[in-house]
Design a protein around this ligand. Structure first.
Ligand code: ADP
Ligand code: MG
Length: 762
């Protein structure tokens, strides 16, 4: 049944349609309605008046565009009457009050697809416009809200293309001039003798007090001025007042369709606002406290929805079946054959893995451990367990050098228990490649190690039981999934040296469980780190000379960034030549990504065996290189590395318990760079480093590109600041998932995070 309000809207629409058609016929002269189109709309179609703002001041072409837009708007309103009652989450943004084609495009560019997206487009910060200042007390350079009557106004054409509207405003005690550039319609907007409120920066000029392009509204409106006003992020050509107006009207008209998401008892326990109130207050807060309360409530809702999504997927993944009959004895024989005894943490991680493999469901485990904590040995143990149940293992590493090293190390560890390890990388000879692939498909190879090359279509397994991904943050989720799909319900072990807070990991990695290597193998010494400016490079190399004289080995590392790759390579090559000349006895090898696989192997081998004592490298050594005797490291242009990278690099030295020194050479040009260098010098614990990194850079960058999309999906929540909320959200979501999920909540999860969850592969 139709309400009277809707019927009268239909009538209004018919009238507006007629007037628009007339306006068109009259050549856009603004004569179709007496008094002009804008006042007409004000009376008959207030929903559309924003679209027609400044109509009388526009050129004929612009007017035609506005009329087009208004007609489209009327169409949609009519359609909306016919199908009234949809929720804001289902209505496309073009159905929002006051949104026409042009504005719809702008909003879509901002990522808004539905009316709900508009209501959930949140401000980043508040601006204090609450202080009202009498005109007589205005001070040059200060921003203030003022109120006064427009006494006189003028339009001044300064030159072609520059026209200004200037008005004198008075409040009984003082005088202020407000000025707008190239906004001719302001002349009409401001009515002489009317009282207005303005906000802007006061400037003393030519003996006058002025405000340029101030925010303005009728006195007493208290909407854009005289209060705390939220400021939105980049708005694609929409002005802040327009955006705020759109949000207000849509909230008024459609806010009632926002249904609760967070269960009431949870919400009350945490002292959070009801949903609609939170949305209202974040856009129109009384002040900072109000704003924070709203922000916190919405952050919780967001994290809660995400966690519900994760819980839902996790539940549905539980149908998958994969059971391996792991032989305990094989694991014991492996441990006994190791050249060291496993740390307690390694043993616990291996027990976790074994339990997962036997559980009947595929394993999804994240192995996290600081540089040098011994993740490789755990991966080897996992491969042994899988092998004992008759299946194969694939280990994927981000670089060829790392893959080569893994295949060497694993070959040694696993050879002793009779397992065959092979390498598959990009540039290998065709014949060799064909042989390995055949034996892999036939099941003769138990472990294959490789780079992305493993993902190629012709790489197939007899029975892939375990996919190990080293340095996961370097791969996309898609690549991990590609590797997994080479088996059936493949078990997955991802390894990472980036220690991120547990809840963040559980969120970002969705269905993964986690094992942590929180114990270093014995005999590991703390690396001494010094940070020196470029001007002291000589000193550094004098100390390097002393290290070399005593027989020590070490690295000199140059950054390598895409934008300056040529220059970086030249730097490294030149340094290699210089150091070879400087220390002829020690010998130096050069290692960088442009070298052929064979050249790289040669350089690595010479350094590993001690034939040369110096390895000059671009940042390729960053991940995973393992030469235990290396005792010093020089990082050139250290400020061009990220904090996590620097820590990884430092983890390359002192691995056999010997004293080791890291020289970081840098003259950082930014405050951020300086903070990074200080943190690197002063912190040695990977976890502390990661937290500092989060503080300096924010979570998006730290979690790596694969996860970036996910983090940017969060509209309010901040994974660092809102960590306590994340814990709560997780608990509440699991409880709700067990009770059974209300349909509205499930729908909301799908809308907000459906594709994100898909993307995360959870
Ligand atoms: P990461 O966790 O950084 O990948 P690795 O697996 O490369 O660390 O191990 C670092 C070094 O520690 C290697 O030389 C490895 O042989 C050694 N290692 C691993 N586990 C132990 C252990 N339990 N006792 C002594 N040395 C170990
Ligand atoms: Mg490693």
């Amino acid at each position: 049944m139709r309400t009277t309000e809707e019927r009268s809207l239909e009538q209004r629409l018919a009238l507006v349609r007629k007037v628009l058609a007339l306006e068109r016929r009259k050549g856009y002269a603004d004569t179709a309605a007496s008094g002009g189109l804008e006042p007409f709309l004000e009376t008959h179609l207030p929903e559309g008046v924003q679209t027609a703002r400044g109509y009388s001041g526009r050129s004929p072409e612009e007017r035609r565009e506005l009329v087009d837009e208004l007609e489209a708007f009327v169409d949609r309103l009519e359609a909306g009457v016919a199908s009234a009652g949809g929720s804001v989450g289902d209505s496309p943004i073009e159905q929002a009050v006051g949104v026409g084609t042009r504005r719809g495009k702008q909003l879509r560019r901002l990522g808004m697809e539905t009316v709900e997206d508009l209501l959930f487009f949140f401000p980043r910060r508040l601006e204090d416009r609450s202080q009202r200042v009498p005109l007589s007390e205005l001070v040059d350079g200060v921003s203030a809200t003022v109120e006064g009557v427009v006494r006189a106004k003028s339009r001044i054409r300064v030159r072609r293309g520059l026209e200004l509207v200037k008005a004198a405003v008075e409040d009984g005690g003082g005088l202020l001039f407000v000025i707008w550039f190239n906004q001719p319609w302001m002349w009409e907007e401001l009515r002489q003798g009317q009282r207005y409120s303005f906000f802007g920066k006061v400037q003393a000029r030519y003996g006058e007090l002025q405000m340029e392009n101030p925010v303005w509204e009728s006195a007493g409106a208290g909407f854009h001025t005289g209060r705390w006003v939220p400021i939105y992020p980049a708005t694609e050509g929409l002005s802040q007042p327009v955006l705020r107006g759109l949000i207000r009207r849509n909230l008024e008209r459609k806010g009632h369709t926002l249904t609760a998401v967070v269960p009431d008892p949870v919400r009350r326990r945490l002292g959070l606002l009801p949903r609609r109130e939170a949305v209202e207050r974040i856009h129109f807060p009384e002040g900072p406290e109000d704003f924070q309360a709203a922000r916190r409530s919405l952050a919780f809702e967001e994290l809660f929805l995400l966690q519900v999504g994760l819980a839902m997927r996790k539940g549905s993944a539980e149908d998958a079946v994969r059971k391996l009959a792991v032989d305990r004895g094989a694991l014991d024989r492996f441990a006994a054959a190791l050249p060291f005894s496993l740390t307690g943490a390694q043993q616990r991680a291996l027990q976790d893995v074994e339990r997962d493999l036997r559980s009947g469901r595929p394993m999804w485990r994240l192995l996290q451990g600081d540089v040098g904590s011994g993740k490789t040995a755990v991966a080897a143990g996992a491969a042994v367990a899988v092998h004992s149940a008759g299946a194969q293992t694939a280990v994927m590493a981000p670089t060829e050098i790392l893959a080569q090293q893994h295949s060497l190390v694993l070959g040694e560890l696993l050879g002793k228990v009779g397992m065959r390890v092979e390498l598959v990388v990009g540039g290998m000879p065709t014949k060799e490649r064909r042989r390995v692939l055949e034996e892999l498909a036939g099941g003769d190879v138990s472990v294959v190690v490789g780079t992305h090359a493993l993902l190629q279509e012709d790489v197939s397994f007899k029975d892939l039981g375990l996919a190990v991904v080293d340095e996961q943050h370097r791969f996309g989720v898609v690549q991990r999934a590609q590797l997994e799909s080479k088996g059936q319900e493949t078990n997955v072990l991802v390894m990472s040296a980036t220690p991120i807070p547990r809840t963040v990991v559980l969120t970002v990695y969705g269905r993964f469980s986690m094992s942590v290597l929180d114990e270093m193998p014995r005999g590991r010494s703390e690396v001494r780190t010094v940070w020196l400016s470029e001007s002291r490079r000589q000193e550094v190399y004098r100390e390097v000379g002393r290290f070399l004289q005593s027989g020590s080995r070490g690295y000199v590392v140059f950054p390598l960034v895409e934008e300056s790759e040529e220059v970086d390579l030249r730097d490294a090559t030149r340094a290699h030549a210089e150091l070879s000349a400087m220390f002829p006895q020690a010998g130096a090898a050069l290692l960088h990504g442009r070298m052929s696989a064979e050249e790289k192997r040669g350089a690595m081998g010479a350094f590993r065996t001690g034939e040369v004592q110096l390895l000059v490298a671009t940042s390729v050594v960053e991940v995973g290189l393992d030469v235990p005797d290396a005792s010093f490291l020089v990082v050139e242009h250290a400020d061009r590395f990220g904090l996590a990278q620097l820590h990884q690099l430092r983890g390359r030295i002192g691995r056999a318990g010997q004293a080791a020194t890291c020289f970081a050479i840098a003259d950082p040009g930014t405050e951020e760079g300086r903070r990074r260098m200080v943190a690197f010098r002063d912190l040695s614990d990977g976890f502390a480093i990661a937290e500092e990194d989060l503080r300096i850079r924010g979570p998006g960058d730290v979690l790596g590109t694969a996860q970036h999309g996910f983090v940017s999906r969060l509209r309010v929540a901040d994974l660092v600041r809102d960590l306590p909320l994340l814990e709560e959200a997780r608990r509440a979501a699991q409880a709700l998932a067990e009770e059974g999920l209300p349909l509205e909540v499930a729908g909301e999860v799908e809308r907000r995070f459906g594709d994100t969850l898909e993307f995360l592969g959870v």
